[in-house]
Design a protein around this ligand. Sequence first.
Ligand SMILES: Cc1ncc(C[n+]2csc(CCOP(=O)(O)OP(=O)(O)O)c2C)c(N)n1
Length: 928
Amino acid sequence: MNPAPPGSPAFEALLHAIRFPGDSDPAETREWLDALATLVREGGAERARFVLGALQDEARRHALAWQPQRQTPYVNTIALPDQAPFPGQLEVEQRLAAIMRWNALAMVVRANRRQGELGGHIASYASAADLFEVGFNHFFRARVDGPGGHGGDLVFFQPHSAPGVYARAFLEGRLTEDDLDHYRQEVAAAAARAGGGGVRGLSSYPHPWLMPDFWQFPTGSMGLGPLSAVYQARFLRYLEHRGLAPASDRSTTEGAAPRRRVWGFFGDGEMDEPESLAGLSIAARERLDNLVFVVNCNLQRLDGPVRGNGRIIDELETVFAGAGWHVIKLLWGSDWDALFARDHTQALARAFARTVDGQFQTFSANDGAYNRARFFGQSPELEVLVNAMTDDEIDRLHRGGHDLVKIHAAYAAAVAHRGAPVVILAKTMKGYGMGASGQGRMTTHQQKKLEGADLLDFVRRFRLPMSEDDALAQRFFRPADDSPEMRHLRARRAALGGALPARRADAPALPVPAVDGVAAFALQAGGKEMSTTMAFVRLLANLLKLPELGPRIVPIVADEARTFGMASLFRQVGIYAPEGQRYEPEDAASLMSYREARDGQILEEGITEAGALASWTAAATSHSTHGLTMLPFYIYYSMFGFQRVGDLIWAAADQRSRGFLIGATAGRTTLGGEGLQHQDGHSHLVATTVPNCIAWDPAFAYELALIVHHGMHRMLVLGHDVFFYLTVMNQNHAQPSQPPGVAEGVLRGLYRLPAPAGAPDAPAARCTLLGSGAILHEVLVAAAWLAEHWQVRADLCSATSFGELAREGLSIERARVLGGEMGALPWATRILRETAGPIVAATDYVRAVPEQIRAWVPAGRRYVTLGTDGFGRSDSRAQLREFFEVSPRHIVLRALQALADDGAIDAGVPAAARARYGLAAGPDPWSV
Ligand SMILES: Cc1ncc(C[n+]2csc(CCOP(=O)(O)OP(=O)(O)O)c2C)c(N)n1
């Protein structure tokens, strides 16, 4: 019982002591508190904030080293009187949510009953269902074209909650029952389709690659979703500021077009990923109030609690608030309102402050009687709050994230917030409603089965109008078309523009000029000294000047523009900065001055390859997310690409990105002094593992120009969902003009180069040298030495893409074996057949790169590969090429050895060559 009646002096004193333990002068404190209360009452909130700010300033003057706490009590941020009214038909929406839950559950359980290995998740969507449903019914806008239309909101869904999104699409008539029965059975569905069935397989997680008209954003790899969502929101602003997309409503004016928003639904466990938090600062710095994160705080991850001994919501509150986000805590449902209203001693807040998440989880896993005894039984003040409630009512007390009214209020506050991104920390229960075997259990994440009593409990708990039979058989449930549920569902989506998620791929094509119009300098280089990096930058500068294509190009750098000679672009097209340039740049007088502008075109990301890749992906998928084709070129240190942010590249590939990744100063020996952590010898190998990535290692400026042009044609004109990876290097070379007739070979990955000057007409023997990128130049010298020192004639080939040669070879081979088209010859075989003798292939990458074509080398021809396996070193390019044995003398020796092994020259020649060039056995460069 309350020790004193509320309002009495004794009660107030008690309350004060509880709120401010250790107060040495309660009367004085009271005066200050009363003064503040008067100020708020008479001056209003604005005035009160001003005075508190002034006090803080004064406190600093007195060097009090005082800071306001970022963490607030464990209660809802939105007070009951400030809660927006719920506009929907609450009961209908509750029933709809229950149906989604059921169908999602049935989908997983049925798939696993059929084939136990398929997997899937029930518990995550069980916690997220209400959060999704309020979005679908009230907030997520679909894209509507034409006047008065809307570009569509961009929604990132928590990946293992995908069954819930399918369940909704089923009710909306976008998926059939047969489709739901092919959840995680994409191969079987494809086979059924080939046989005339209309069924489609449903991917485990959101994968635009697998369901291109449905999913927009792959989120299956934890952490990439949050990062991508931030950069999507930023890219949306970039398009607006550059005048490429209609400016979004920045006011709250009634009737103004609602702004496009990025909504991101993520797990609380997922927030542990470094990428999840990596974009928080930029989102706040650029005031991205078009971005809402909803963190589904069910307090559990896969193995156990997210923060058993702490409170993840408190932790995330301080992290997000510290980064400058507006934080909305959505912790307790409406049925708690009455308890809070009766809780005059703030016993609830104090009890929450003592309860860690591991304990909250145990409370969710147990029933009302347990919660009465163990939570409310902690003190008389708590006990009295629930003494008029039954155990069942206690059991049904909702967490905020399971209360449609509270969720709606939080979302409404989020979309009304201006000047900062918003995060909603929604407290939910993992496995909500899954009964004694699921809800809040440690093992719930892995649960794929639900049987007998649990199924019936579920149906009862959510009041689903299903027969026991249907429940036990896990039949899908679809209310009649004219039921209030279905009518409401259709009406709400119609009001919000249609179904979602929906991926579109109907952006108009962009014209690509003829290659000689933009790259004559490279095609007719005529021996001019130039590096391929320089050639790339010059080509980019020319493309940027094109009236139609130019504005659609998005140059992206992660603080390396100067390294790659791109500083001139700062002035030419400006660096995107939403606030413009609020300072006089130190180099204002220079022709290449550092120019930031609100409509700047370059995305200068600072030192974040992950952020740069997320920007690149946003631009590379603009054709589908914005119906506006953009063409990003992200240029970076090649070591910090596929290796550093490879998983982001994989996700970009899933998302059907179109654009260019430029691995600059690539190769293990081309970066000279930079050493072990900078010298990349394997990005080309990783690149070949990404199915829609086409990787190129050009040696000459004309190759580079032809390849970039080819890529633009495929991506912008033909609309192929591919992206190009090109390696370029800073080493200057005399650039030849494009020889006649080579274009096809350049673009298929291999072509013959003209014979080297001084090639003997009547050689002692013949061999073939293959090279790519930087090392092709070593190969050219080796060919000259072979002729001059050993009277051996070398046929020369440039291999612009080993990966493409290998892919084509594999396809042809497969078709032959499976009885498809016969007789086609892989391009590599065709070209190499025109050459003679053993073949030596050398690149600036690991040997596995040229090894990819071994199977397509013409029969009977010896094939020797050279490469840069091992850790890099700091030294000059020449020293490094000696060390990795890709210098001319090593290439010559290998060619001679191959000829000797073939019996084409005297067996003693290699020894003579070793003596002549001073080569002897030593440790392997890759030895450890
Ligand atoms: C990068 C990465 N690591 C691990 C996983 C495997 N995984 C999938 S879901 C999951 C737990 C997710 O927990 P949480 O984010 O809290 O979401 P919940 O299911 O609890 O809603 C893990 C570890 C993954 N998908 N991606």
